[in-house]
Structure formats: C-alpha cells, structure tokens
Ligand binder design. Structure first.
Ligand SMILES: Nc1ncnc2c1ncn2[C@@H]1O[C@H](COP(=O)(O)OP(=O)(O)OP(=O)(O)O)[C@@H](O)[C@H]1O
Ligand SMILES: [Mg+2]
Length: 255
C-alpha cells in the first residue's frame, strides 16, 4: 500500500467556457486531516467533487487510492468515499437507521451485519439506535442530523471522507462540540483521510494537519497550520490570517 491516497496532477476544470480550476497539483497521504479554506467561488467544492467523480476533470490526472478516476467506474468509486455536506442530504422519508444503511444495502451486506454496523456507527457519533434508529430526520435537531450524516458517510468503512462545510448551519456551541468530535473521530479511526472544506479559519486551523488555501482556482499555500501562520506564502494568505488577528484585537479591546 502506498502512502499517497489522493493525487492531482495538472488538473483543470471548465464549466462551459469558464475555467474555474487551472493546473491544480497536490498529494495527500493516508491518514491526513486536510482542511480547505478559500473565498467563495474559489473552487473548493469543485475540487472536492472531483475527488469522488461527481465532477469530471477537464484535463489532468486524478488518482484516488490505486485508481485513476478517468479509467474507473465512478459509481464504484463513490461508494467507497464518504461524503458529508452542509445540507446534510438525509432522505426525509427514511428512518435514521435506514439512512445509515443505504450504502451497506446497495453493497448487499446481510441484515445482521447492517444492524450491527448502524448501531455501532450511531454510538460513534454519540447517538443510540434505541432512541434514534426509528425516528425520521425531521424529528432530530440540525446538529443531530449532522451526526447522522457523519455516521452514514462512515457506513461502508471508506478510506477517504469528504466534508463540504458540514457545520456551517449550526450554532457556535454545537459547532465547537462537533469539531471536537470529528477531530477525535479522525484520531480514533486511525488511518482515514479527511478532506474538509470550511469557511471558518479557526475551524481549519484547529482541525487540519495541513491546510489547503485556495483562491481563484489555484492553491495559494498547502502547509501545516504552524507554517501557514509563521510563513504565509502570498498576500492572500497573510490577509486571511490578519482577519483573525484583527478580530482578536477587537476582543482584547472589549475586555
Ligand atoms: N455546475 C456548475 N456550472 C457552472 N459553473 C459552476 C458549476 N459549479 C460551480 N461553478 C462555478 O465554479 C466556480 C467554483 O465553484 P465552487 O462551488 O467550487 O466554489 P467554492 O469554493 O466551493 O465556493 P463556496 O465557498 O461559495 O462554496 C464558481 O465560479 C462557480 O460559479
Ligand atoms: Mg463550496
């Protein structure tokens, strides 16, 4: 097994005539927690979607695990990559237990194994099957639904999990709790790779082993939090970090 799990080589993406990603190259290793920051429209979601083939690269090469996406069955690739989005995307007419079991059912697991997995996954995200398994998504709070989203993404035991602003609709306290949980989850799961898009700078610096900072379809910097803070590579990155410093100064003034 190689150390690398996701590799982009000179990837570009056009929508019609508009070039939204140009010449993107990077490597992510197994087990890394990557956070992705950048302005609205900078190409974060597009990049994330290209990892699981929801969007197709216009040119360049993408490798996930040992698969070149160009040559792979994308439905198969998608089933092996967990995906958590802001809008949660639970099926409203299915119970929580059924929502988590969607992929295991598609993969044809036996019902005993599915039940055991659903129960275990609910425990992992601090819910339990007795109280929550038979409820419908609308009967859960936003934060609880988001936990179910994480449990569902883990259901097929994927090596890679993609998160697209999963906590942005939540209040600050719930959000902080889920950040701590997701960090713990990553640690406990061991060798899983998380690719986590967020607009929240503090979230990105708290969670990421490395932070990918994007602007206008390019990577401005892709480094550890400490390196980004100590050695911002571009003006865009230093401006971004200064927004945090300015906020801190405001808090100090209010004390
Ligand atoms: N299906 C599409 N068709 C046409 N243009 C698209 C499509 N999806 C995205 N784009 C464009 O591609 C660019 C990058 O979009 P993307 O969704 O990747 O940005 P983002 O960094 O995720 O932004 P945000 O932070 O607002 O979610 C934007 O200019 C967007 O308008
Ligand atoms: Mg986006």
């Amino acid at each position: 097994m190689t150390k690398e799990i996701i590799k982009f080589e000179h990837v570009s993406k056009k929508f019609g005539k508009s070039l939204v990603i140009s010449d993107l190259s990077f490597v992510i290793n197994r087990g890394e927690f990557i956070t992705v920051l950048g302005s609205s429209g900078s190409g974060k979601t597009t990049t994330l979607k290209m990892i699981n083939g929801l969007e197709k690269a216009t040119s360049g090469n993408i490798t996930v695990g040992d698969k070149n996406l160009e040559k792979s069955n994308l439905v198969d690739v998608r089933r092996h990559i967990g995906y958590v989005v802001q809008s949660i995307g639970l099926f409203p007419h299915m119970t929580i237990a059924h929502n988590i079991a969607v992929t295991p059912n598609l993969l044809g697991w036996d019902q005993e194994k599915i039940k055991e997995t659903v129960s275990r996954l609910l425990n992992i995200v601090d819910l339990n099957i007795e109280d929550y398994g038979n409820r419908y998504p609308a009967q859960l709070s936003g934060g609880q639904q988001q936990r179910v989203g994480v449990a569902r993404a883990l259901s097929a035991n994927p090596p890679v999990l993609l998160f697209d602003e999963p906590f942005s609709a939540l209040d600050a306290i719930t959000r902080q709790k889920l950040q701590e949980e997701v960090k713990k989850l990553h640690k406990n799961l061991g060798n899983k790779t998380f690719f986590f898009v967020t607009h929240d700078i503090n979230e990105a610096f708290y969670l990421g082993d490395r932070i990918m900072i994007m602007n206008r379809g390019k990577i401005e910097q892709f480094d550890t939090p400490m390196t980004v803070i100590k050695y911002p590579k571009t003006k865009y990155v230093s401006d971004l970090i200064n927004t945090v410093r300015e906020k801190q100064a405001l808090w100090e003034k209010l004390k």
